[in-house]
Design a protein around this ligand. Structure first.
Ligand SMILES: CC(C)(COP(=O)(O)OP(=O)(O)OC[C@H]1O[C@@H](n2cnc3c(N)ncnc32)[C@H](O)[C@@H]1OP(=O)(O)O)[C@@H](O)C(=O)NCCC(=O)NCCS
Length: 329
């Protein structure tokens, strides 16, 4: 019998657009205020993609950085998985665009759609291919141009979202970040919590759907709030229980709302510095938020003292979906 291979993080990279959309800017667009946004969400600014760019442009930059960090070239990749809800096109997938632009071999390349939990789902999928010996190096990307599906006339949602991409190279050759477990969940009963109603096969694009602004994301903020707090608590608790012998170091949660993160942190009895937060600068970038956070934390030396400790990445989002990846750093 072949032994199951160990899988870890060989490299990371991230990319955010240069353009900043501040709370003051939003104040000029909808009936809101910096004070409301800051106290209710913790967000001060978010990044917005240039008019002539799309999700794959952010993904490619994050991927090239992750490849360089891993010390491998695109030719060494065995698979590409992109998590996104804002792909360049309905078809082809953003992963195929990346395969071409990176000049990778004709390897498997596909997108995964699990909304804000997409990166967690993508890592879980990649891990299985490496673990089974079907792949050595897999590029996993979370990339979003959420500004393209955000309604800047809807004050309840437009304050939340930003654009960006993060990438990791998962590999059977690694120094840090061995994956210990993955934990995936879904509950479609919550389909209306976060939804883009039109553009799919139920309400295909028409003048009527465009006039009704139905191709933009709608959120039931209060419902998502309650859901996200309890799921974050459950996911981290479950990670602790699965790995009782590894001390919990850092949690990198999906950046959904500072109050949600702080409320879960308090219920979990964690210290401030045990929970990574960058929502003030980037807002909610859906599937990109965790890999951006991981890359930032690593490069800023925030993981230097975490050797041998448990690092939990956890996410929750539309679907509903939620999930976590536990790593030993
Ligand atoms: C969206 C969110 C910030 C709203 O905060 P909240 O404290 O729940 O606020 P509510 O939705 O209850 O709204 C409270 C009031 O503020 C108003 N309000 C909503 N958006 C506002 C804005 N941008 N500026 C000013 N007032 C606003 C509402 O109209 C409401 O007014 P009312 O009491 O007169 O009816 C919060 O619920 C949240 O972050 N939810 C999760 C985020 C999410 O859904 N993410 C997407 C998927 S991951």
């Amino acid at each position: 019998m072949t032994a199951v291979r160990r899988v870890g993080i060989r490299g990371t990279g991230a990319c955010v657009p240069e353009r900043v959309l501040s709370n003051d800017d939003l104040q000029k667009m909808v009936d809101t205020s910096d004070e409301w946004i800051t106290t209710r969400t913790g967000i001060k600014e978010r990044r917005i993609i240039a008019d002539d760019k799309a999700t794959s442009d952010l993904a490619i930059e994050a991927s090239e950085k992750a490849l360089a960090d891993a010390g491998i070239s695109a030719a060494d990749l065995d698979m590409i998985i992109v998590a996104t809800i804002s792909s360049d096109y309905v078809i082809p997938s953003t992963a195929c665009l990346l395969q071409s632009r990176l000049k990778a071999r004709h390897i498997g390349a596909f997108d995964i759609q699990a909304a804000c939990s997409g990166f967690i789902y993508a890592v879980a999928t990649a891990q299985k291919f490496i673990e089974s010996g079907s792949a050595h190096n897999v590029l996993v990307v979370g990339a979003e141009a959420l500004s393209r599906v955000t309604d800047y006339q809807d004050r309840a949602s437009c304050i939340l979202f930003g654009d960006g991409a993060g990438a990791v190279i998962l590999s059977d050759q690694f120094e840090r970040g061995e994956i210990l477990s993955v934990d995936l969940h879904a509950d479609g009963d919550g389909e209306d919590f976060i939804k883009i109603k039109a553009g799919g096969s139920r309400h295909s694009a028409s003048h009527q759907t465009v006039d009704g602004r139905e191709h933009y994301m709608r959120v039931r903020g209060r419902d998502v709030y309650r859901f996200a707090v309890s799921r974050m608590v459950e996911l981290v608790e479950s990670a602790r229980q699965r790995h009782p012998d590894v001390a919990l170091g850092l949690v990198i949660p999906h950046q959904v709302n500072l109050r949600i993160i702080e409320s879960a942190r308090d219920r979990l009895g964690l210290q401030d510095e045990q929970v990574y937060v960058n929502i003030d600068r980037f807002g909610n970038t859906s599937s990109a938020s965790i890999p951006i956070g991981l890359d930032e934390a690593r490069r800023a030396g925030r993981l230097d003292g975490e050797q041998g400790k448990l690092l939990v990445m956890c996410a929750f989002g539309a679907g509903l979906t939620w999930g976590a990846v536990s790593l030993k750093w």
